[in-house]
Design a protein around this ligand. Structure first.
Ligand code: FES
Length: 102
């Protein structure tokens, strides 16, 4: 599960954190990622002056505006979800599939 944390502190709320969350929820639904991505709120993430603060997994972003939600989602969220879905052994070892002839 990839967790998106959106600051809902007063400064970020004034800059549109609710609208950003709504947009991101819509994109999660559009891409059928329910159960793979979740959004939670957090109080002040100590970057008030920069705009809405968001954390995707462990990476923090600031200054995200609601109208940037789609770009942000496809650039920062979807690739992380896809990388989590990729099996660890997606690239078979060079010897995989070879049979021993001895
Ligand atoms: S209110 Fe969002 S970072 Fe401070």
């Amino acid at each position: 599960m990839l967790l998106i944390t959106i600051c809902v502190g007063s400064s970020c709320s004034l800059r549109g954190s609710d609208e950003l969350a709504t947009e991101l929820f819509g994109l999660i639904k559009k891409e059928k990622l329910e159960g793979l991505v979740d959004i939670i709120g957090a109080f002040c993430m100590d970057a008030c002056s920069k705009g809405v603060s968001v954390r995707v997994g462990e990476q923090e972003f600031s200054g995200i505006r609601p109208e940037q939600a789609e770009t942000f989602f496809y650039r920062e969220v979807l690739p992380r979800v896809k990388s989590q879905l990729r099996p660890a052994s997606a690239d078979p070892a060079p010897d995989a599939g070879k049979e021993s002839s001895s």
